[in-house]
Write a protein that binds this ligand. Sequence first.
Ligand code: SF4
Length: 208
Amino acid sequence: MDNKTAVAAGVMLPVMEAFYTIQGEGTFSGHAAYFIRLGGCDVGCVWCDVKDSWESEKWPVLSIEEIVAQAKSFPGRKVVITGGEPLMYNLDSLTALLKQEGFVTHIETSGAHPFSGDFDWVCFSPKKFKAPHQSIYAVANELKVVVFHKSDFEFAEKHASLVNRDCKLLLQPEWSKANVFTNQIIDYVKSHPNWNISLQTHKFMDIP
Ligand code: SF4
C-alpha cells in the first residue's frame, strides 16, 4: 500500500506535531493530555493561529502504530486529536488502536468533514469559513465557539440549537480580540447562563 492509499485508509496520517502538555481550553482545561496535531486543513479561518498546519504535504506521514507508540512514552492516558482539521482523515483505525492501548480519546474539530473515530469527548468548534457536516451535531459533547466578531454570539446560538441537549456550551474569546470581547462574553454568560466561558489558559501559562 503506498502512502496516499494508507492515508486514505487512515492507517497512516500526516502529523504536524505531537506533544505532552496541559489542555488549556474547554471542559478539560487543566488536565494533562498528549496532543496529536494532524496536518491539513481546508477551513481557512482568518485568525487561525496554526496556519502552518494547512498544507498536509509539509508534514511527515506516520503509521498509526508509530503515533500510538510515541503517545505511550508519556504517563498521561488522555489523547487529544487536533489539527489542522483532523476529520479530513478517517480516524477509525487510530482511535481503535489508542483505545486498545488504554487511552481516553478526545477530538477538537470544526466538524467540516464527516465524523469518524471512536471518541470519549468531542469538542465541536464550528467555523464560519466552512459549514459543518451534519454528522457532528449528534456526537458533540462540547460546543466551543470562538468569539472574534459580535455576530459570533448569534452564530453560537444557531449551532447550540442543533446539538444535543446535554452538550456543553462554551464561548471563548479569540486571543487577539480578548480585550474587546471578554467583557461582552462575561455579560452574555450572566444573561444566558446555559453558556460557560472558556479561556485559552495555556497561553497565560506560556505552554503549547
Ligand atoms: S479549522 Fe482550525 S486549523 Fe483550520 S483554519 Fe480554522 S483554526 Fe486553523
